[in-house]
Design a protein around this ligand. Structure first.
Ligand code: NAD
Ligand code: DAU
Length: 336
């Protein structure tokens, strides 16, 4: 197994990246983490506050900044690349930052990984595979062709292609993981589950896009973290692994679970305009990761995980309140 001593986590102040940093601190105290994050609207330094200073160092900077990368990357033995513009609705409004951060940013990191021969792990998404019909018996596997729909997912697909090319052409030691929809603490209030929870906490009716029958394959962010650690340390160089926890549910079902758990009537929400190009269904077949690397998800009780997440947003109003009004104002302008 590869035992990383000193890793760079890009986007470590965002939702999934910061949960990964907590995971490393809690489970692998021998690994030092340098967080590189530009603190965009989605990054929050509070997400990594209170972690031991001798294990976690923060560098405020942009992954597109080649000079900065040249300074900070030498001496590290791995890059785990989470940083990205992550929200589909934003990519539909303004694709530009998605091209910069997701494509150019990945290119810059690959160049520095190549120059200093640093192990590189790419965090990607199931959205690169496009969508499935509701009744399709198949799920996504590593053999499924790329077929992205949105500016966000196509920028992630482009980034994955660069990663594969750097491995084949330059021998850069890479792995890629494509994960399904994450939920848990520290997720921005623009995303589906936190938006609805914080709407209810603020006395705003939850908003459901289209007919609410779109399916997402939910996984707790801690299970994503353990999967990424498994791939980083045990994965085969050059390989892609799909991460999922058999969590398919349609949006209407998830919203009803939130309403019920928060003591609201089942119909206390608004139907709103659909997302343009809205993917119908995502579904991951995670058998390669399970069979080849022995990974298993721990948080298989979705209702329990959702209740913990509701509790977290209830207890951490100070964390999400500053972003809430602006986020809802933006959705309102979009009719959503
Ligand atoms: P997020 O939007 O919550 O966080 C992104 C982080 O990256 C922020 O801290 C932001 O400041 C930072 N960042 C953005 N651009 C940057 C740049 N140019 N330089 C440095 N830092 C920058 O995103 P998330 O939901 O935590 O997603 C993290 C990663 O996981 C992304 O690569 C995303 O594509 C992938 N992913 C997300 C999900 C999901 O369900 N959210 C599922 C699968 C994969
Ligand atoms: O599948 C992985 C992807 O999951 C990641 O790559 C993305 O970074 C992440 O943002 C997420 O993308 P989605 O578009 O699936 O997530 P989002 O939370 O935006 O929406 C989830 C579903 O809920 C989707 O079908 C749209 C719907 N939705 C969303 C919002 C914000 C609503 O019905 N109402 C809403 O208010």
């Amino acid at each position: 197994d590869f035992a990383p001593k000193n890793i760079i986590v890009t986007g470590g102040c965002g939702f999934i990246g910061s949960n990964f940093v907590h995971y490393v601190v809690n489970n692998h105290p021998q690994t030092h983490v340098t967080v590189l994050d530009a603190l965009t609207y989605a990054g929050n330094i509070k997400n990594i506050e209170g972690l031991p200073e001798e294990q976690v160092e923060f560098v405020h900077g942009n992954i597109c900044d080649a000079d900065l990368l040249d300074k900070i990357v030498p001496g590290h033995d791995a890059i785990v690349h989470y940083a990205a513009e992550s929200h589909n609705d934003n990519s539909i409004e303004n694709p530009e930052p998605f091209i910069q951060s997701n494509i150019v940013g990945t290119y810059r990191l690959l160049q520095v990984a190549r120059r200093y021969d640093v192990r590189y792990h790419q965090i990607s998404t199931d959205e690169v595979y496009g969508d499935l019909a509701l009744d399709d018996p198949h799920r996504f596997t590593t053999e499924t062709p790329y077929h992205p729909s949105s500016p966000y997912s196509s920028s992630k697909a482009a980034a994955d292609m660069l990663v594969r090319a750097w491995h084949r052409t330059y021998g850069t030691r890479i792995t890629i993981s494509n994960c399904s929809n994450n939920y848990g603490p520290y997720q921005h209030v623009e995303k589906f589950i936190p938006r609805q929870i914080t709407n209810i906490l603020d006395g705003i009716r939850p908003k459901l896009y289209g007919n609410g029958l779109n399916v997402r394959d939910w996984i707790h962010t801690d299970d994503h973290s353990s999967a990424v650690w498994t791939i980083l340390t045990k994965g085969k160089i050059g390989e892609t692994y799909l991460i999922g926890a058999d969590g398919e549910k349609n949006n209407l079902t998830v919203l009803r679970e939130i309403l019920r758990a928060m003591g609201q009537p089942e119909d206390a929400f608004d139907w709103v305009k659909d997302r343009p190009g809205h993917d119908r269904r995502y579904a991951i077949d995670p058998s390669k990761l399970r069979d080849e690397l022995g990974w298993r998800p721990q948080h298989t009780d979705f209702a329990g995980g959702l209740e913990q997440t509701i509790q977290w947003y209830t207890d951490n109003r100070d964390w999400w309140e500053p972003a809430k009004a602006e986020t809802e104002a933006k959705y309102k302008r979009q009719g959503q």
